[in-house]
Design a binder for this molecule. Structure first.
Ligand code: SF4
Length: 390
């Protein structure tokens, strides 16, 4: 009597850069085949919509469930190998492990003696110690064989269910709409956000490369001497670009002195910078009627606001997700008022403001030492015409 079971194994998600590979081993019972209606529905999973796959999956699960006076028409085993094992052993071995464990799951449901053959649509030529005979490998079966289609549908629906769970954790990745193969979009996303997640396969070269990169940071420079120590301390951790935006330094000759000194610091520290224009008009418009306010009060708040908004615009333009300011370093600035502005901006923007209080760790004192050692000009008032008078 011929043996009862031909087993087929297929996998899903071998190619993407994140999370698991899923394998399914499956066999139909020759004496208890699915209805013609179901057989007609089963197709190459790539040609089926997610909804259709789910529908067929439900019917396959029902077919595999024993009932009163009813033996299953289908037996299957599924196994998931996560990205941690993929990173340890490589995708080829991880895929083998997923297939082997799916097979073991299936062998718990049928007699090994009843196996006629095991067939795999791949060319890796894995051998499984659990089997007496080696599997048969042929490439291209997935375009023709119903059982391979069914195995693929089951593996893919398991994967889709995992994806919806992880989509809740990583909404930015938009996992449900993109399967996250090594596309340009994926590389751009990771490069921009520097967010290699714990579901990524970090042994994959492009992912590893991004992981090793420093995160980008746009650092707003309020007045150049205050920029010195923040640059020195942050440059080990971040790939910094400085953003010079001090439109209201009065008079213009003072502005030029400070700008020159700022450029000298960037040169010493080898940091790229962007120089924004001298724009007193914005300042005087924004601070109209607030001329008499003492330092740290409403006039200064306006001053922080328009500098910070401009910095955010620049971060967006450059595609840099992290941004912050050196405004907090000055003992004459109120860090809470500065942070209030950023909290508002953070609520409505994807870019992230880093709440760094540069008054800590003696940064102000160290910046004074830095300017002395490097013989760099240091101002003695904040910058605007009012602070100069005071
Ligand atoms: S004192 Fe400084 S922070 Fe305040 S308005 Fe003048 S320049 Fe801006």
């Amino acid at each position: 009597m011929s043996k009862k079971y031909k087993i087929w194994i297929d996998e899903a998600w071998r190619g993407p850069w994140l999370w698991p590979v899923v394998a399914c081993a499956l066999t139909f019972d020759k004496n208890n085949l699915p209805s013609k209606k179901l057989l007609d529905k089963i197709n190459d999973s790539k040609k089926l919509s997610e909804k259709k796959r789910e529908e067929i999956f439900e019917e396959l699960i029902a077919l595999s469930t024993p009932g009163l006076n009813k033996t299953p028409g289908l037996y299957f085993g599924v196994w998931i190998v996560d990205n941690y094992l993929i990173d340890q052993v490589n995708i080829k071995q991880a895929n083998k492990e997923a297939m082997r464990r799916a097979l073991i799951e299936l062998l718990r449901k049928i007699n090994k003696e009843d196996i006629d053959s095991v067939l795999i649509d791949w060319n890796d030529k894995y051998k499984f110690s659990e089997l007496e005979k080696d599997p048969i490998y042929v490439i291209g079966w997935d375009g023709k064989v119903l059982e391979i289609w069914a195995a693929s549908i089951i593996a893919k629906v398991f994967r889709d269910k995992l994806i919806s769970t992880y989509s809740l954790l990583y909404p930015d990745l938009n996992l449900e709409n993109h399967k996250w193969y090594g596309t340009k979009k994926h590389i751009d996303y990771l490069t921009w956000t520097n967010k290699v997640t714990w579901i990524h396969r970090i042994s994959y070269k492009p992912v590893k490369k991004i992981l090793e990169q420093k995160e980008k940071l746009l650092l707003h420079i309020c007045c150049w001497p205050d920029a010195t120590i923040p640059i020195v301390d942050l440059k080990d951790q971040y790939d910094i670009t400085c953003f010079w935006y001090d439109p209201n330094i009065h008079p213009k000759s003072e502005y030029n002195k400070r700008l020159k000194a700022f450029k000298k610091v960037c040169e010493i520290e080898d940091i790229p910078y962007i120089e924004w224009e001298y724009d007193t008009e914005t300042y005087f418009t924004e601070t109209k009627w607030l001329e008499v306010c003492p330092e740290k009060w409403e006039r200064c708040k306006k001053c922080y606001d328009f500098r910070l908004k401009r910095t955010l615009e620049e971060a967006k333009k450059l595609g840099i997700i992290n941004y912050t300011t050196t405004l907090t370093i000055s003992p004459h600035k109120d860090k809470n008022k500065i942070f209030e502005t950023w909290i508002k901006l953070n609520k409505t923007n994807k870019e992230q403001f880093l709440f760094l209080d540069f008054k800590k760790n003696d940064w102000f004192k160290r910046s004074i030492e830095y300017t002395k050692i490097n013989n760099i000009y240091r101002q003695n008032y904040c910058g605007c015409v009012y602070s100069k008078k005071n």
